[in-house]
Design a protein around this ligand. Structure first.
Ligand SMILES: [Zn+2]
Length: 458
């Protein structure tokens, strides 16, 4: 017989709600919106280093800019922490086209995926609906010998968030090319992971196995994917031709750029505000992740400007190499393994209108935190939701057993731009960007001042 529930349930520590700090919210909003420094920083970063993929001269310029900016803001212990990162280059512009039965050519808007090798192939094409279809083919013992594979899964428009839609289709980019190569394919094109209906291709990392075959892998603009699909369905395509000029060079030393506001009571405990400084070079990385970089820098500046003295250390980390290797996140976790991390928050969802904070902690902890968000209702950003985190902070959060979270922003248009030539300054709105920095600053102060164990109690 089961004992009564009261004997099995662990005793729950009932603590009071975390207090709202309306004066702090007012001060941050007044100063942030009045001074609009986040946008100014973004303009600077994109002028200094519009192209800043790991290993490029632009990344070094970005890192030097970040170091200078942290010093100007007044952060303490500013430094560049070395990590070894991969170095991949796109090389000359890539090309993709289809030869049709009537002798004409169908030009396709395309860009190489990060990690693609150089190559020039012409072969008959076969269309499959994403990674799942490829995996089914493998399970059935099928072959793609000598074929160019076209993975045409679209992001599910009915998904409840853009990130869900992206995650649902991303496998065709990250793992599709390696699996297709294993099954004998000589090249891969994927439908861009894009929520736009335009013809701008979106790049992103694809991973080949070190010992496995590597084949040219490109993303097609959505309209090009639709055209190719229609031509294939009509039996009009004789062959597809792909041409890439990418290079994989030796790993290079890159840097995470770090600065701090020392904690006034528990300086050895760290609250990380993170973003990634590298970006794909198809665009200028204005949203991904220039916005995140300026969110965390401006959040720290606002805290200092408003005279906030957090109890724990608030550490700003601009990570290297998120896009094609995660060397920054892994290197940080290794270099700081022995330090007490209270919580890590990342901004890597673009510079859209902030909604609130996402935090990977138990629901009853979220419940206690929600009242603290009340002052942000003035800008409709009071939401405190479960989940949240980031690629860069993940390795440290895991190693430290610390909770991770993220700034939640409206992501409706994020994947229209993400990793594409349209991710440029003009797509970022100064007020939206600044509001994000204010929300991040507010939560950084609240989290840094929580009592011991307040994010992890049962
Ligand atoms: Zn990103």
């Amino acid at each position: 017989m089961l004992p009564p529930a009261s004997e099995t349930a662990p005793a729950r520590d009932v603590r009071p709600a975390v207090a709202a700090r309306p004066e702090l919210a007012q001060a941050l909003l007044d100063r942030g919106l009045g001074e609009r420094r986040a946008y100014g920083m973004l303009v600077e970063l994109l002028e200094v280093a519009p192209k800043r993929l790991a290993g490029s001269p632009g990344y070094e310029a970005a890192a030097r800019w970040a170091e200078r900016t942290m010093q100007d803001i007044g952060l303490a212990n500013v430094r560049m922490e070395p990590v070894m990162a991969p170095h991949w280059e796109r090389g000359d512009p890539e090309r993709a086209s289809a030869r049709l039965a009537d002798g004409s050519a169908l030009e396709l808007s395309a860009c190489a995926l990060g990690g693609s090798p150089a190559g020039s192939v012409t072969a008959p094409a076969v269309e499959l609906n994403g990674l799942a279809a490829l995996a089914e083919l493998e399970a059935a013992g099928g072959s793609l010998q000598g074929r160019i594979v076209f993975l045409n899964q679209r992001m599910n428009p009915a998904a409840r968030s853009s990130f869900q839609a992206y995650g649902g289709a991303a496998g065709q980019r990250t793992r599709g090319p390696a699996l297709a190569a294993k099954l004998g394919a000589v090249g891969v094109v994927i439908r861009s992971l894009s929520s736009a209906d335009d013809d701008v291709p979106h790049t992103g990392m694809t991973r080949f196995e070190d010992a496995g075959p590597k084949i040219p892998a490109l993303a097609l603009g959505v309209q090009s994917a639709e055209r190719l699909s229609a031509a294939l369905a009509a039996g009009k395509v004789e062959s597809v031709t792909l041409e890439t000029h990418c290079r994989e060079l030796a790993d290079r030393e890159q840097w995470n750029v770090v600065g701090e506001i020392a904690g006034s009571k528990w300086p050895e405990e760290v609250v990380v505000l993170g973003a990634h400084l590298d970006a794909w070079e198809t665009g200028d990385g204005a949203h991904d992740d220039g916005a995140g970089c300026t969110h965390v820098l401006e959040a720290a500046r606002l805290l200092l400007a408003c005279g906030v003295a957090p109890l724990r250390t608030v550490r700003v980390v601009l990570f290297a190499n998120e896009e094609n290797g995660l060397a920054g996140g892994r290197g940080y976790a290794e270099a700081h393994a022995g330090e007490a991390h209270f919580v890590l928050i990342e901004s890597d969802s673009g510079g859209g209108t902030p909604r609130g904070l996402g935090l990977s902690v138990d629901e009853h902890v979220l419940e206690r935190l929600r009242p603290a968000g009340a002052p942000l209702a003035a800008i409709a950003a009071e939401r405190v939701s479960g989940g949240g985190g980031g690629a860069d902070i993940g390795p440290m959060a895991e190693r430290a057993g610390a909770p991770e979270g993220s700034l939640s922003v409206d992501d409706t248009r994020y994947f229209d731009l993400h990793h594409s030539a349209n991710d440029v300054l003009e797509s970022v709105h100064p007020r939206q960007l600044e509001l994000g920095a204010v929300v991040l600053a507010y939560w950084a102060a609240v989290l840094a001042d929580l009592g011991p164990g307040e994010l992890s109690y049962n």
